[in-house]
Design a protein around this ligand. Structure first.
Ligand code: MF3
Ligand code: CO
Ligand code: CO
Length: 269
């Protein structure tokens, strides 16, 4: 049971196998889109490419129509925290940092992952540092994901790392259980106290998807009902992996088959 008394599904070997496939397709989608993220591309075009890639492989874009959401991905540049709606009118420009978040349904199972991308090569020092910090925060959280630890250990690791760098953790959104349901129990805060919250058990599957702001943690949702931005207009970054708790730690279902971790991807640098 989670904090609200909702049941947390424990997945067995067959569930893990199905989630491995769904997670891999999500990760492949993020690999595939990488070379298209260049100055001048519209986020609507990226969304079309994502939809095509997933459908060609038997996947269904999970966000399309989800609570009325109108697209196959969330594309969130710069001070957009999450749920940026792709549009043919929204062109990325040199120096942008952007999160692309994809969720795919494969044979009824969900795969959910997001990464940051650099648009062009002239990325400011503060933006680079924020992206690197956010990736390390996610991985520090995942390092706490093992049986006997608690959700609060994950949140605490993320919060400690973010705040040591004088950045802040978004409070209003968190990770989530996921399996044959998109957003399931438990809710996963990216802040917290060690030893608090749900105790982790083998078979639990959830996302770790910290949103880290360069400024203050407060956010607001724009009038489209989706796009979330930082209240102080500071930059925000996010990475997302989907993991399953195993007997001795966790398995990351959404690792990049191309070996991508954080940007710049596939460069010698
Ligand atoms: N993929 C997002 C997540 O990580 C959810 C997007 S829901 C949408 O949970 F409706 F905004 F697309
Ligand atoms: Co998610
Ligand atoms: Co996501």
């Amino acid at each position: 049971m989670d904090k609200e008394g909702k049941r947390i599904v424990l997945h067995g070997a067959e569930g893990f196998e199905a989630l491995r496939k769904a997670g891999r397709l999500a990760a492949e989608t993020l690999d595939y889109i990488t070379p298209f993220v260049t100055p001048g591309v519209s986020t609507g075009r990226l969304d079309k490419l994502i939809e095509e890639f997933q459908r060609d492989r038997g996947g269904i874009p999970a966000t399309l129509g989800y609570h009325g959401y109108p697209a196959c991905s969330c594309i969130s540049p710069n001070h957009v925290v999450n749920h940026g709606i792709p549009s043919d009118d929204k062109k990325l420009v040199e120096g942008d940092i952007v999160n692309i978040d994809v969720t795919v349904i494969l044979d009824g199972w969900y795969g959910d992952s997001s990464r940051m991308y650099f648009v062009g090569e002239k990325i400011g020092v503060k933006a680079r540092k924020l992206v690197d910090l956010t990736w390390r925060c996610m991985m520090a959280g995942i390092a706490q994901a093992k049986p006997g630890n608690h959700l609060g250990d994950i949140g605490h690791a993320i919060q400690t790392m973010a705040e040591a760098a004088r950045c802040s953790v978004v409070r209003d959104f968190g990770g989530h259980g996921i399996g044959q349901v998109f957003h399931d129990a438990p809710h996963v805060d990216h802040f917290g106290k060690p030893g608090t919250g749900v105790e982790l058990r083998p078979g639990m599957v959830f996302t770790v998807e910290p949103m880290i702001n360069a400024g203050r943690h407060e956010v607001k949702i724009l009038s489209d009902g989706w796009t979330t931005v930082t209240r102080d207009r500071s930059l925000s970054a996010q990475f997302e992996h989907q993991i399953g708790i195993t007997e001795d730690g966790c398995e990351i279902f959404t690792l990049s088959p191309a070996g991508y971790t954080q940007p710049p991807y596939g460069s010698a640098a």
